[in-house]
Design a protein around this ligand. Structure first.
Ligand code: 5GP
Ligand code: MG
Length: 182
């Protein structure tokens, strides 16, 4: 049976330290005059967003609004496709705001690409930056990179820190690889 490997891939402390330095990078690039909208892609990102906005606050960035969208991507099998379905739309107007689009993992890139090029393309916003906690560059099928990446990892299926396997393991404080139980 598959279970989270007891040895963390990324410990809670490693994640906290990286969230802190990411927030410092993001803070440096933000325009202090323009309101910031943090837009998370549910559900995997909710723990990351919670830590990120508090880390940004410690860097002197007051986030004006936090909003979430729920997207599902339909395609064949377990990999996402470019066809996304907005299950919950944002309820904020991004016009005149610096949008920080946050996702848990950048895998094939289909989801983020569709959000950026289809969903957000028709809307008015001040600026757009993308931020992901994890990146699996070896899995990419579209040309896209995030502006801010927490950690680059190998092609593992990971859980914890908000990330699930069949809705389980989101509560783990660290990130673990799903592997065969011994
Ligand atoms: P893609 O970049 O392929 O469109 O999809 C990225 C999404 O697939 C992520 O937001 C995440 O929901 C899901 N995903 C990709 N890799 C993993 C993984 O290793 N663990 C978990 N829990 N979700 C993943
Ligand atoms: Mg996701």
């Amino acid at each position: 049976m598959l279970a989270p490997n007891p040895t963390p891939l990324l410990s809670h402390d490693q994640i906290q330290e990286r969230v802190r330095s990411l927030a410092a990078e993001i803070a440096r690039d933000l325009d202090p005059e323009m309101p910031v909208l943090v837009l998370g892609l549910l559900r995997g990102c909710f723990v990351f967003v919670a830590d990120l906005i508090r880390a940004l606050s410690r860097e002197g960035v007051q986030v004006r609004e936090v909003d979430f969208i729920i997207v599902s991507s339909y395609g064949s099998g377990t990999t996402s496709s470019g066809n996304i379905n907005i299950e919950r739309d944002m309820s904020t107007d991004p016009a005149g705001k610096q949008v920080l689009l946050v996702d848990d993992i950048l895998d094939t890139g289909n989801t983020l690409k569709a959000i950026r090029d289809t969903y957000l393309a028709g809307r008015e916003f001040g600026s757009l930056k993308t931020c992901v906690l994890l990146d699996k560059p070896s899995r990419r099928t579209v040309e896209l990179n995030a502006d801010y990446v927490g950690f680059s990892i190998e092609d593992y299926f990971v859980v914890g820190y908000g990330l699930d396997y069949d809705q389980k393991h989101r509560e783990l404080p660290h990130i673990a690889v799903m592997s065969e139980e011994e």
